[in-house]
Design a protein around this ligand. Structure first.
Ligand SMILES: Cc1cc2nc3c(=O)[nH]c(=O)nc-3n(C[C@H](O)[C@H](O)[C@H](O)COP(=O)(O)OP(=O)(O)OC[C@H]3O[C@@H](n4cnc5c(N)ncnc54)[C@H](O)[C@@H]3O)c2cc1C
Length: 390
């Protein structure tokens, strides 16, 4: 058993979850990975990957059984995110975003909301999570999208969002905005689910990106969208608590996605330098190269172990994990970028050529340091938590 085999065996998965993970690994290796390069070049949404994911019933794994799901563990979900993202980072983030947008509904929705909406998710509905606005990125409390009640049954949503993953294809979009009439910017934050086809919901633009080219990223407009009040998640003004709880679950998930990219880059680099010869030796036989690999392998192993540690905290329902989740998101994404950069370097000139996967992995890795809170913001959160309270 190799070092990485032992790490992969670390999460405590049930026999049923191991079987599912084996099916996901086979799907990722045999179908998703071979298509990834073509999707990166065309920039088309990878519908056949999504159909294959739905054929395995993967959205159902994070939906509780009583709402038509399989109710599998968070660790099993993270292991699947990593496997799919290793094969195709675009497909990985599309699927993970379904979870990011749905988990607040699972944790904070009413019975009626869950009975109505979760079976759709379990059957494969795509979801989106809309927080960012043109002038509210790192500081989400600056958002200006607003929700105004109209009678007892309707909420009018006005404003817009940018950079929304799955934004143009989502059946359900969880939108954060401010409740009209509450002055405190933090106390006003509220969450509502907007369903596809709601009048006034507009897809304004699709972004042309450096990486994750097959995953769609859209700007949304809300032109006085009339949304049923039944779609409010939590109470008016209760959105900040919900948002922070949601981020604690989505940050480990984007870390698993980044670690999928890191693992792919690491494996490609090691395979290449075991074959490539210069000066009569394989590149891996040069000691300077071995020292670099030793550092990358060690950091990857440490970070993967931390992933399973955080998964275990979440599995045990420990709420106060914001700092552990920040550390994981920050380190996993920095590592993905570092390993992808070194993988290109270790391929020499070939690393710069699109024929080799590491070229795409480097472009895919960059955003992981930016989304779900930039790494500067995570450093700030971790650093601040160490200030002694006077
Ligand atoms: C491809 C893609 C997909 C995305 N998907 C989604 C999505 O699905 N849903 C969603 O809501 N959003 C999404 N985002 C938005 C993403 O989360 C934001 O881009 C990110 O939070 C940063 O916000 P910003 O772009 O406004 O940058 P800014 O907040 O303007 O930051 C600019 C720079 O200033 C730094 N900075 C800002 N504040 C501080 C500070 N206090 N201290 C130190 N440095 C600071 C930042 O770290 C950054 O380097 C996505 C973005 C992209 C590009």
């Amino acid at each position: 058993m190799t070092l990485f085999d032992r790490l992969d065996a670390m999460p405590a998965l049930s026999p049923e979850e191991r079987l599912l993970l084996d099916s996901v690994t086979a799907l990722a290796r045999d179908e998703i990975a071979p298509r990834a390069g073509a999707y990166d070049r065309s920039g088309e949404f990878p519908w056949d990957n999504i159909r294959a994911i739905n054929a395995l019933g993967l959205n159902a794994m994070f939906v509780p059984e009583v709402y038509g799901g399989a109710g599998l563990s968070y660790a099993a979900y993270l292991a699947c995110v990593r496997e799919i993202s290793k094969a195709c980072a675009s497909t990985g983030i599309i699927w993970a975003t379904n979870f990011h947008a749905t988990k607040p509904l699972i944790d904070f929705g009413t019975e009626a909301q869950k009975e109505r909406l979760l079976p759709r998710v379990a059957e494969g509905a795509i979801a989106a999570l809309a927080i960012t606005e043109p002038n509210a990125g790192s500081d989400a409390t600056g958002m200006t999208t607003h929700f105004t009640p109209d009678g007892d049954d309707t909420v009018i949503v006005s404003g817009g969002k940018i950079f929304i993953s799955n934004g143009d294809v989502a059946e359900l979009t969880l939108v954060f905005g401010k409740w009209a009439g509450i002055d405190d910017p933090r106390q006003a934050i509220t969450a509502i689910i907007i369903e596809k086809g709601t009048p006034g919901l507009e897809i304004l633009r699709k972004e042309d990106k450096m990486g994750h080219r097959a995953a769609s990223t859209a700007a949304l407009g809300f032109a006085e969208c009339r949304v049923p009040r039944d779609n409010l998640l939590g109470e008016p003004g209760g959105g900040l608590k919900l948002l922070l709880a949601a981020l604690n679950k989505s940050r480990p998930s984007v870390a698993a996605h980044a670690l999928g990219i890191a693992r792919a880059a690491f494996e490609d680099a090691v395979a290449y330098i075991n074959e490539r010869r210069q000066s009569g030796r394989r590149i891996i036989e040069f000691q300077g190269i071995q020292f670099l690999l030793a550092d990358l392998a060690t950091d990857l192993a440490m970070c993967e172990a931390w992933l399973w540690h955080v998964a275990d905290l979440i599995e045990r329902n420990i709420d106060d994990i914001a700092i552990e989740a920040s550390m994981l998101k920050m380190r996993a994404s920095d590592l993905a970028m570092r390993i992808a950069t070194e993988a290109v370097q270790l391929h020499g000139g070939y690393g710069y050529i699109k024929e080799y996967r590491v070229e795409r992995l480097l472009r895919d890795a960059k955003i992981t340091q930016i989304w779900e809170g930039t790494n500067q913001i995570h450093r700030q959160l971790i650093g601040r938590s160490l200030i002694a309270r006077g």
